[in-house]
Design a protein around this ligand. Structure first.
Ligand code: ADP
Length: 641
């Protein structure tokens, strides 16, 4: 007797959940086992084709289902690649893709979450309907068979066994009915047929089952005409092997013949996503490259999408044989969220991964696919804005990061897909929309950085711009300003931060009067600059403010927002700090100016204090902490008493 091994801790928790949570879709266990069987055949078939004269053709492969009501067993058998003892232990003793913490948190937020669908822990699903599972498997190329056995959460055993043929047999002993649950149905052939039709119809290998049918007895049916004695024909029960699935892969079928439900079902089964896709793209091409592609835009980003361990890629089939689970070269990084598959007749089955990278056909297909995805996204943006907004919520950041990472190289591909928040509209806007409604005399595209549109609206600098009817793009993601800096302009209009010191929004007249005032106020401005030495690089007058007395602007390339983000980067400590060159701008028409001018002769020491106060106010309004909150507070108190 072999030693009993416990499941890995995570698997045990998963099992517990699986068995004890009230599951809405117990039936999906069959789909999972059949998908595993089909994958295993894919692996063996592909291997056989690579080896050349193995003598194995597609027609040799299949999946067999058998139900035995007396023994209460349901058996799923395949002649795929099989597993040896070690593989049984590692594949069926641990969960392939766990993300266990994540699933727990998601489980708490959504009660009916389809754990299996999301985490692809297919095999375990069988424990929802079975109290005992036996797997007998023999790996291709090996002689020894192995038996894996488990009666649930307390563990499993693996030991050698007899097995004549390569492949895997999974025997489930189906649970007894309870008051709430009917398990008997999984032993009924009509129900099994129904489940296979619903979930596994497109599986590309025959799923066969011996089915009992009634038919008129041969002798009665063959009775010569005219000799009908009027007696009821005798019926007999015969067993015949039926193929239950239609086997035509969805992507090879005509678009018009596939329903939206079929696409969605296929997507959810194949890519383990519990939500229906936002968009389905089914296309085929002939010419420089011949291929069929079935692509899906998911509705939500997978939990690890923005992590390093996320792997992009499309499933790759060569003439219907799966040769790679996730072919990276078929998808550009910017569209890494797309799930789907490509089937091409042009690819050689024998090519290795390394050769694949250099395959010309593959490159052509990848280029086509990139274009298709782009035009589909653009169509969505133009015609189904709500849907696009939903898409952008999940994947917009990826578009921005990719454009930034490529130093703007992909601007033709991506720029018109970007959205930004704006002071003019509730929903996010495209650059083209901004440009389309911009006043003719406006020379630049204005933006501001902040936490939200509301915060940006409240900035002192915004008031004048809003009054002039100028729309401000509100940059709320860290990447945004860096991206606009490398893009520099859009359709000839430069991107300008509203905090830029040389914004030049003034009219010629305003400019002149400002220059005159600056001349007369020179000693005051100099004194303030001196008082703020080390904090700001300049103090000047501005016409850009309306009701507010002061604002903080920056000159040169680095803005306050960039300074904040760069200094928060890991590894920033120990590096020379990146500093924005700050300019304190005073509202030339604000009453505070008169007060400051008067103080300069009456009490120059006070000017120093006021300079410091105004600087702190400007910092606060920009959303930055004041440098010395205690001194700031004391100064305000002094003013109050
Ligand atoms: P997933 O299929 O999502 O990887 P499963 O828990 O369903 O997770 O299966 C775990 C692993 O066990 C599979 O990845 C595969 O390697 C192996 N496996 C499962 N069923 C079979 C089978 N019928 N034949 C060969 N290998 C199998």
């Amino acid at each position: 007797m072999s030693e009993k091994k416990p499941f890995q801790a995570e698997s045990q928790r998963m099992l517990d959940l699986m068995i004890h949570s009230i599951y809405t879709h117990k039936e999906i266990f069959l789909r999972e086992l059949i998908s595993n069987a089909s994958d295993a055949i894919d692996k063996r078939y592909y291997h056989a084709l690579q080896q050349g004269d193995s003598g194995l053709g597609r027609e040799h492969f299949g999946i067999t289902i058998a139900a035995d009501k007396d023994a209460r067993t349901l058996t799923v058998a395949d002649n795929g690649c099989g597993m040896n003892g070690e593989e049984l232990e590692s594949n069926l003793g641990t969960i392939a893709r766990s993300g266990s913490l994540q699933f727990k948190s998601e489980l708490e937020s959504a009660e009916e979450i389809d754990i299996i669908g999301q985490f692809g822990v297919g095999f375990y699903a069988a424990f929802m309907v079975a109290e005992e599972i036996t797997v007998r498997s023999r790996k291709a190329g090996e002689d020894q068979g192995w038996r894996w056995h488990s009666v649930g959460a307390d563990g499993f055993t693996v030991e050698p066994c007899e097995k004549d043929e390569t492949g895997t047999v999974i025997i489930l002993r189906i649970k007894d009915n309870t008051e709430e649950e009917n398990y008997d149905e999984f032993l009924e052939s009509y129900r099994i047929r129904e489940l296979i039709k619903r979930y596994s119809d497109y599986i590309r290998y025959p799923i066969r089952m011996d089915v009992e049918t009634s038919r008129p007895k041969e002798s009665a049916a063959d009775a010569p005409e005219g000799e009908d004695d009027g007696a009821e024909p005798e019926w007999e029960t015969v067993t015949e092997t039926q193929t239950l699935n239609s086997m035509s892969p969805l992507w090879r079928r005509n678009k018009n013949e596939v329903t939206q439900e079929e696409y969605e079902q296929f997507y959810q089964d194949t890519f383990h996503d519990m939500t229906a896709p936002l968009r389905v793209l089914h296309s085929s091409a002939e010419g420089t490259a011949t291929y069929q592609a079935l692509l899906f835009f998911p509705a939500k980003a997978p939990y690890n999408y923005y992590n390093k361990d996320f792997e992009k890629g499309l499933r790759l089939y060569a003439s219907g044989v799966m040769i790679m689970e996730a072919c990276k070269d078929l998808l550009p990084d910017c569209f890494s969220f797309v799930r789907g598959l490509v089937d091409s007749q042009d690819l050689s089955l024998n090519i290795s991964r390394e050769m694949l990278q250099h395959d010309r056909q593959l490159k052509i297909i990848a280029k086509h696919i990139e274009k298709k995805i782009k035009s589909e996204l653009k169509a969505m943006l133009d015609d189904e804005r709500e849907k696009y907004n939903e898409f952008y919520q999940s994947f917009g950041l990826q578009l921005k990061y990719s454009l930034y990472a490529g130093y703007g190289m992909q601007r033709d591909l991506l720029l018109d897909l970007l959205l930004f928040r704006s002071t003019k509209e509730e929903q996010q806007v495209t650059l083209a929309e901004y440009l389309g409604r911009m006043p003719e005399e406006q020379t630049a595209i204005y933006y501001a950085c902040g936490e939200s549109t509301e915060q940006i609206r409240r900035l002192p600098q915004s008031e004048r711009l809003e009054e002039k009817g100028i729309e401000i793009l509100c940059l709320t993601d860290d990447i945004d300003e860096f991206l606009l800096k490398i893009l520099h302009e859009y359709e000839g209009k430069e991107f300008r931060s509203i905090s830029d010191a040389g914004l030049e929004l003034e009219s010629e007249e305003e400019k002149k009067s400002l220059e005159q005032q600056a001349e007369t106020k020179k000693p005051l401005l100099e004194a303030m600059k001196e008082a703020l030495a080390g904090k700001v690089d300049d103090v000047c007058l501005t016409a850009r403010l309306k009701s507010h007395p002061v604002c903080l602007a920056t000159q040169g390339g680095v803005t306050l927002e960039m300074e904040r983000i760069l200094s928060a980067q890991p590894g920033a400590a120990g590096q020379p700090p990146v500093k924005a060159s700050r300019v304190l701008e005073l509202n030339a028409t604000h009453p505070i100016m008169e007060r400051l001018t008067a103080l300069q002769t009456e009490n120059p020491a006070k000017v120093k204090d006021y300079a410091s106060l105004l600087y702190s106010q400007a910092l606060l309004m920009e959303g930055f902490p004041v440098e010395d909150p205690v001194a700031f507070s004391n100064m305000i108190c002094e003013l109050m008493v």
